[in-house]
Design a protein. Sequence first.
Length: 437
Amino acid sequence: MVFDFQLLLRLIVAAAFGSNVVKAQPTSSPYEVRTCVVNFVGESCLTDLLPVANPIRYQTQPVTNPNACEDTVGQRGSLSFVDITLPTNQVLYVEVTTNVVGQENVGVDNFHVRPSRLTEPWGIPTVENNLASFYIADTGQYSVEFASSDLWKDLLRAQNFDALTLFVNPPMDPIPSDAVLIEEDITQFDNVGGGQLARTLGGGKYYFSAAQTYDWGQDVVYHVMDDTEVYFEQNSYVKARIIQTKQKVNNVFIRGYGVLDNAYPPTEYDIPGESDDGSRQAIHILGKNIEISGLTIVNTFKECAEFGYALNINANWAPLAVSPADSLGVFESGELQNGNPPYKARPAHCQDFNMDDTLNTDFTNCPTSQNDGAKVSFVKAISWQMGQDGINAGKYGTVTDSFVRVVDDALKPWDSGAHYERIVVWQLGLGWPINLG
């Protein structure tokens, strides 16, 4: 197997095992962020500093009873994050106020904007009491830390750290005027079995609105087809998943600075191609010319044992889904993990062989080079439980300028022709920053 593999990795490791002491958490972000746009590093603001336009999202361990399962051991503290758009060829002047007890008066030597390899050339921050100011001169994902290096050597403090991440994005084209609003009305879905709700978005343009409340109190799935474009309006928040495993599709675009939240357990554990397999991908698509840009993918599942990926394209371990009535039965990854060949004659999608080692003869809508492989950019994947993987872009997939904070394998380039670069990884207590197969 040959990899065209390039990666710029910044790694922050939080210890996974140890005390389950939980400190009291606020209900909203303990940080305030204000910005202005200037022409160059060192220039003073020409306008007033203003609070960031987008809400600062705030997360703590979502599992209702984290002491009940080892999946959450060591995953405490909080994460605040916000999307900020940086105009082309300009610079951000940023002012951050921390209201976290113990983060005040750390001084400039104990304040960091990481990855420091990028930020140090933009000048020394100014730090006074609980306020810090600095410049950001390029897009990327930046960790703002009022913390000494000694903090990361203290298990309890590291496990309970309150983090702030700035997602600095390029401008994105407006949502096309002919895109159709996806309504929040639950009647849009079909009951595909056992109470599981799904809707197919055929060829065309659709968008999620920031004004709608996309929370149906249960797992729902959107299926994409050939030439489906799905846009997330800035600040939109959607508790759903996007899946296509019944067939290989061509020309799928998912774009926007919104949030997709894999928040609920499946109503029916596994309806092949509808609720996907039991590994619970937030986005799982088979095909070519698939582009995903800007989206933040989170997992706020409140129970234990939530496995799966944030983003999975052309997974090389998964077959095409078959009908629930098929004699092969429901595919489970345990067939591969816990069993030995010969495997069932499940059909491949873009793999060379079917699961029973017979040749695959159908490569319709399979990528043949990086030109039609998946393109992933400025995507952020965030989870809080062990067993939740980050990003796989599949054969000939390209991932750039993205962020992964997970408690399992962050990047999974298991196929030839993969290209990953400018990725920021927060590797938590389980898994590998890069899992090569």
